[in-house]
Design a protein around this ligand. Sequence first.
Ligand code: NDP
Ligand code: MG
Ligand code: MG
Length: 329
Amino acid sequence: MRMFYDKDVSMDALKGKKVAILGYGSQGHAHAQNLRDSGVDVVVGLHDGSKSAARAKEDGFEVLSVADATKAGDVVMCLLPDEVQRIVYAESIKDNLKEGQTLAFAHGFNIHFGYITPPEYVDVIMVAPKGPGHLVRSVYKEGSGVPDLFAVYQNYTGKAEETVLAYAKGIGGTRAGVLETTFKEETETDLFGEQAVLCGGCEELIKAGFETLVDAGYQPEIAYFECLHEMKLIVDLMYEGGLERMNYSVSETAEYGGYVSGKKVIGEASKAAMKEVLADIQSGKFAKDFIAESESGCKKFHAMREEQYSSQISETGRQLRSMMTFLKK
Ligand code: NDP
Ligand code: MG
Ligand code: MG
């Protein structure tokens, strides 16, 4: 394992260089602003009719077309939606890449699954923050950082590692520590984590708990607090000190109950399902299905989103949260 902190990394590789940030969404706005605050020259690339272009301009950035930003950048960081990247790459990036430039990503999806094949005369790197873009920005402003994974896929110039580490430092990653990986490992573990544990798994666990209580006749508001709202308090404890801190902080009753009942809920069947999920990620099946869904207009995707939005737990939550004055808008 190779891990780097602030003191191990120099910003020299980005000195006098321009970084083009393509996209100004969750990750884009955070990378652009953090890099600028770290003294790096940043330009933003967006498409015609982009909703986020106005925000980037308001935040003081020069906004160019994707093609012009690609031409202008020594480092070109692709922070477009994963399902859009291959299209924009073919239309506006590919033919504008010059020898010795650096093409960068925050997730290995398109490179690893072969949707983008860069020319051999550029460096290809990845800096993948292990957290949502809005945290990448807010934590940086507080003087700290979100940890990143970094990887070098192609090292044409021989200097790709200096570049990738300087970039990670520029967005604040080295304040928390940046860990070396490969495009393959980052892509497969990131997809697995979000599907099986963080987004999909966690969401279904919460929903199943909520529905079990409501079906048994308990008030939906109580079920919401118990199964969803309290999740953050528990996860915060895990974040600070792992499972042991969480179990230290909860009651003996909760700790004992957790040991005996947790495995009944997430047991061998769930692990077998996780292995299936991982196999579909590794084989490229998930990626193929996702791209096909995007190409056919996202009908199934949007129907699932709508179903979730109109479910009882979502409705209960919207009502309750409107009364929670402590929640930020
Ligand atoms: P968002 O969806 O938040 O933002 C995408 C940006 O791309 C928007 O500014 C959007 O502009 C712009 N965009 C959309 N279509 C086009 C187009 N055709 N041409 C040019 N610009 C376009 O993306 P994320 O920040 O979530 O994701 C970016 C990358 O970062 C992905 O690879 C993702 O996997 C990775 N990542 C994301 C994380 C996250 O926290 N979200 C965490 C770690 C990695 P507009 O909407 O105005 O049109
Ligand atoms: Mg992801
Ligand atoms: Mg309790």
